[in-house]
Design a protein around this ligand. Structure first.
Ligand code: GLN
Length: 477
């Protein structure tokens, strides 16, 4: 039998129902792997003590409801530390919120509790979810389980490493510009950013409110789908959540039309990543899917657009963390010193950089030149994708331009921002996107996973699951 902590949600759910495994055994397997590996990997900021009452309740539910019990009942999950769990610290990996304890559950946590899921610990992340490597955590970097001299990606690097190293069965992350998909690609797992508004943001510490979505990091598409189904839905606590059927239906056949924007793939991509991508496409064609050439000319401006809109929203969202209203509070001689000291001590370098950038692009002299232009580009990008989806069911490219990089390799902020070149557009357009493993590339004798990125029209997650499953089959058979 597969070791309990190495199981998928689907497999563990079957084993629990068949009484081959108890909820407590599953918890213990994950908790002991987590305690054993965390010193090295730093995937968790905290591993929670065993919650005997929750475990007993989950076991009882499985025993009495059997097949009718939710699949997530009794499944231990890692939760990115910007998602509130009542009574637990929610630091967003920042000194600013080091001692902040959540006073309520995020909507996704409430929903997961209702399914009987268990929470294993607070997953490490880049401070306030700004970054692509988890090197910006105020409490130490997470390592990539495939090669500990390399980053796991970010900002949900702790969630990704926990799942990839089999410390948790699956995890929640958040994605503002790629933070679920990019670490999923670097650690060889599946990461889904749902349609904007599909999942409630209530109880998620806000970063870029018009871009943020919570989503699953999981070992398989099937698991990602189980978690997504459990957390999605309209929520009166988040007015940006969308009702089912808001967008036109996107009917798909089992053989799909895959749109490939070749013009985006000509430069800046690692040759091995490109080869893995081409090989995956070739195999999808052999399996009966078709490729369609599409062009998305505005994509060239997506990264610049993101790095105007995102810091703008950051600068407003983080304004409340000033040591007076919220957050780390330092005291100087005068009130101004209180603000300066609190924010300088509380925020790390990247957070401060984005606050400054965002304040600049929103200032009265520059808002027309930067923010409003970026907002206009965002609209054009969305229309461009909408028209591409008339010819294609999904759009495919690699999730990242290169495999996981070494610690310190991208200390220049611009080189770090370039990591997000393929992922930011789905956040700007609000469309759902997934990263699915597409094999690995070899570096210094280590096999580093790489991912294929699939985007679908709004509310067409089903198209991502269908093609994602097809990609998975290529690499498991
Ligand atoms: N890497 C991107 C950034 O630093 C995305 C972050 C995210 O998705 N939370 O902005």
């Amino acid at each position: 039998m597969t070791k309990p902590n190495e199981m998928t949600i689907a497999l563990a759910a079957r084993a629990l129902r068949a009484r081959e495994l108890t909820v407590r055994e599953l918890w213990d397997a994950c908790a002991s792997a987590a305690h054993g590996e965390n010193q090295e990997l730093k995937a968790f900021l905290e591993i929670f003590d065993v919650d005997k009452a929750a475990i007993a309740a989950a076991q009882k539910r499985i025993d009495t409801e059997g097949e009718k019990a939710p699949l997530l009942c009794g499944i231990p999950l890692a939760v990115k530390n910007n998602i509130l769990i009542e009574g637990k610290i929610a630091s967003a990996a920042s000194k600013m919120l080091e001692n902040y304890r959540a006073t309520y559950d995020a909507t996704v946590i409430r929903k997961l509790r209702e399914s009987g899921a268990l929470f294993l610990g607070r997953a490490n992340m880049d401070e306030f979810a700004m970054g692509s490597s988890t090197e910006h955590s105020a409490f130490g970097s997470t390592k990539n389980p495939h090669d500990t001299s390399r980053v796991p990606g970010g900002s949900s690097g702790g969630s990704a490493a926990a799942v990839a190293a089999h410390l948790a069965i699956a995890a929640l992350g958040s994605d503002t510009g790629g933070s679920i998909r990019q670490p999923a690609a670097h650690t060889g797992i599946v990461g889904l950013k749902p349609t904007y508004g599909a999942v409630s943001r209530s109880g998620l510490i806000a970063l870029g409110s018009s871009l943020d979505q919570i989503g699953p990091l999981a070992k398989t598409i099937e698991d990602a789908r189980i978690l997504y189904e459990a957390i999605r839905g309209e929520d009166s606590l988040d007015s940006t959540t969308v009702p089912d059927g808001l967008y036109p239906r996107h009917d798909i056949q089992s053989k799909m039309r895959i749109g490939v924007p070749r013009h985006l793939l000509s430069e800046g991509i690692d040759a091995d990543v490109r080869a893995a991508f081409e090989d995956t496409l070739k195999q999808l064609v052999s399996a009966g899917h078709t490729l369609v050439d599409i062009t998305l000319p505005m994509s060239a401006y997506a990264l610049a657009t993101y790095y105007i809109i995102m810091p703008a929203e950051v600068s407003t969202n983080l304004a409340r963390l000033d040591g007076i209203r919220y957050g780390h509070a330092a005291r100087g001689e005068a009130l101004l010193d209180d603000y300066l000291l609190s924010r300088t001590e509380g925020f790390g370098e990247e957070a401060r950089r984005r606050i400054l950038l965002g304040t600049f692009v929103l200032s009265s002299g520059y808002i027309d030149a930067y923010y409003r232009k970026a907002d206009a580009v965002r609209g054009v990008l969305r229309r461009e994708y909408e028209s591409a989806f008339k010819e294609a069911d999904v759009i495919a490219f690699p999730t990242t331009p290169s495999p996981a990089f070494k610690f310190g390799e991208k200390s220049d902020p611009l080189s770090m921002y370039l990591e997000d070149i393929f992922t930011v557009t789905a956040n700007l357009t609000g469309m759902p996107a997934v990263s699915v493993p597409m094999g690995s590339v070899e570096r210094e004798g280590k096999h580093l996973p790489v991912g294929i990125h699939l985007t679908a029209p709004h509310q067409a997650e089903h198209a991502l699951f269908t093609l994602g499953t097809a990609v998975e089959k290529l690499h498991t058979t």
